[in-house]
Design a protein. Sequence first.
Length: 202
Amino acid sequence: MLETPKAQSADNAKEIEIVYNKAMDNQQAIRIGWLAGVIDGEGCFVIARQKTKHGFKLRPHFCLRSTCQLMLERIANILSQNEVACHVYAVKPRKVYYKPQGSIQIAGFLRVKKLLDLISPFLVTKQAECLLLKEWIDYRFSLGSKPQQRKLSDKDWQYRQLLSDMKYNPVRPRDYTPSTQSSEDIVRPSGKPEEAGSRLPA
């Protein structure tokens, strides 16, 4: 004979809440891990130069292009869920027979820092670039609350050049196919990627 369902005790309700929160955390980690994987393969981090009336200014910039509209929409949704502001643009094909592309762009110190904090634990091939860009952003914030308005120094241009150089000589984990451009072992014996900032002159 069926019994009338009894109300859950406080302990049972708490256990269910813990299990639910863990499941949600796992789903969130899967989404962010997927995003980091796409960025590893398709994303681009730069320190962009912009001309002004008084010379130049530098700011961090992220861009990702794709012909897959569904992927771009999912990326935008994940970023929105994690309060990372981004802009989505349509890119005109260079040839009439090329597929139309879309572009996701994130610019500015606070926005790019939010993105880096979100994905850095999951990155592989672009982790060194991410660490270097985060180091530069932290350095600029150490100069004051408005990093984009602080005067540029030789150190800022060194960061920019080093980030650019890393795109041609990337730091790769040992398990991945090494670059044919260099046979140098650029991974520490611990298996951890080389600290990006260690390349910068003091």
